[in-house]
Design a protein around this ligand. Sequence first.
Ligand code: ATP
Ligand code: MG
Length: 265
Amino acid sequence: MPHDDTLLVCEDLHYAYLERFPALDGVSLTVRRGEKLALLGANGCGKSTLLKVLDGLIFPQRGTYHAFGAQVTEDTMEDEQMSTGFRSRVGFVFQNSDAQVFSPTVREEIAFGPLQMGMNREQAAQRVDDVLAMLGITELADRTPFQLSGGQKKKVAIASVLVTNPDVLLFDEPTAALDPRTQQWLMELIEQLADVGKTIVHATHDLDTLHRIADRCLVFGENHTIVAEATPTELLDRRDLLLEVNLIHEHTLLFPAARVPSVGG
Ligand SMILES: Nc1ncnc2c1ncn2[C@@H]1O[C@H](COP(=O)(O)OP(=O)(O)OP(=O)(O)O)[C@@H](O)[C@H]1O
Ligand SMILES: [Mg+2]
């Protein structure tokens, strides 16, 4: 049996889109309660696909995925109790926010999850107000999500995930395409979520900020499988590996600052 702190277990996952385009080829990992896990690797190596499996959006063609002790399959997710329980415990902020926002207003967008989970309108509205205030986007409440800027959309997507207070948060390249202030804000948010005990799994290419939002890194090779596991500090010391998996190129300078845990952010 897995260790008590083990929340998610993937064993030998295989996934190919349209049965032709390989994305995961023998991926095994565990995610433990309260950890900050980073997924790294070159474009197309399978990070987003793995996150989709972890969120129960797609199902492996071979191999198994267990979450909170139950196997996640297309069949088990048809059970309403299983899928509602799973959905309330796992939240996913997509790489592309356009694929995530679909409601006529931001308020309705964020209320969607709580209403799905059976909250009444009044409770849901209160939750929405709270999370809008927490993320500092109250002024966007009545806007149309797809008309917002990229960073604003990302905040709305984050709000729509945080509003149901999931235990496990999956972020796909959360800081990509955000301005420096918003990036900083998001890193702080992720640190705060980790501090209150949330489990964070995120895909990233950003080696500079790794030590802040990861305590363990899994590195994908371009062969769609995990080729290394390391702490951020260990990983940054393995220049050959970083070159081989296309996370740096030969002219990349890894500044010492990237290796040293920041003092007070
Ligand atoms: N909808 C799709 N249809 C067909 N192939 C796909 C689809 N989505 C992804 N793939 C393929 O699956 C492989 C893994 O893609 P994935 O999006 O998981 O990579 P990634 O590691 O997230 O890359 P990036 O760093 O660019 O976000 C790639 O070869 C990609 O072309
Ligand atoms: Mg991706």
